[in-house]
Design a protein around this ligand. Sequence first.
Ligand SMILES: C[S@@+](CC[C@H](N)C(=O)[O-])C[C@H]1O[C@@H](n2cnc3c(N)ncnc32)[C@H](O)[C@@H]1O
Length: 312
Amino acid sequence: MDSILQATKATADANRLRLLRVLSGGPFNVAELTEILGLGQSTVSRHLRILSDAGLVSVRRSGTWAYYSLQAPESNGFSTRLLSLLIEELSSVENGDGARIERVLARRRHATSVFFRDAARDWDRRRDATLGPPTHTERMLELVGEGGTVVDLGTGTGVLLQSLARAADRVIGVDASPEMLEHARRRVRQGDLPNTELRLGAFEHLPLSDGEADAMVANLVLHHVADVPQVLREIRRGLAEGGRLLIAELEEHDHETFWLSLGAQWPGFRPEEIRGWLDAAGFDEVRCERGRREPEGDRPGVFLMEAVLRIA
Ligand SMILES: C[S@@+](CC[C@H](N)C(=O)[O-])C[C@H]1O[C@@H](n2cnc3c(N)ncnc32)[C@H](O)[C@@H]1O
């Protein structure tokens, strides 16, 4: 009874309702929330504390940063049910928060593109030095299977293209960085991969027609994405019914230097967090293989997720 009372009381405030709606779009830090809501930092922090004490909001700390999100949807407690009801009701309210969220996300996307423009020249070396030898890609390629059109999201310098091209009928590598794609183009030329095509474009507006892909691969890219739920919805658009999405991601970690050296937006993820977003974006049969790489020193672990697009 006490927790029900606390959760309902916590939502009885216009700014806290705005906060809940903003956080339904993904994690934000206090500085970003201050900008979006146009409220002082101490006011935002106070509202966040009330929502978090009521079990409606969770915080993830990484180094000097704290990112706030809605409470993970895995529990079916009162606060989770209250949250989904509120978010549904609030989604039609227009108060300018949406435009300010977009401004914050655009700034994050810009930071990513500047990072990869500068990192492209020696990305392969930097990735191997930071992440170590990949221990999950073989299993990931096995899960992609054979035939069909496969899209490599955030193909970067194209490390996966050769293996994908051997098994698939057609491969499309997508990346927003012309500098990274230049390296991938060289790989495609050298590897003589006639069934492989590269397209410049952002995950937020994929350069794909509706249902063009039978499978998509996101190998260590989601932690660079400003708004993961939106990108998952766009991935759904590009997938054929019953199409599959394979994700390899870093486990949530708090090694700030590691995170910054990779130009990442997020210090990894909890698989349950991605599972909730996948479910909301229309995916089913979500399977997770944790520990594809165990954490080691400053290197976070890697997990694999496989999801199938629900048939409408
Ligand atoms: C970690 S790197 C390359 C990962 C690559 N899949 C691999 O296995 O080496 C991430 C890539 O995602 C691209 N990227 C990041 N955010 C993007 C976005 N919003 N749209 C398209 N590409 C993006 C970057 O340009 C970069 O090439």
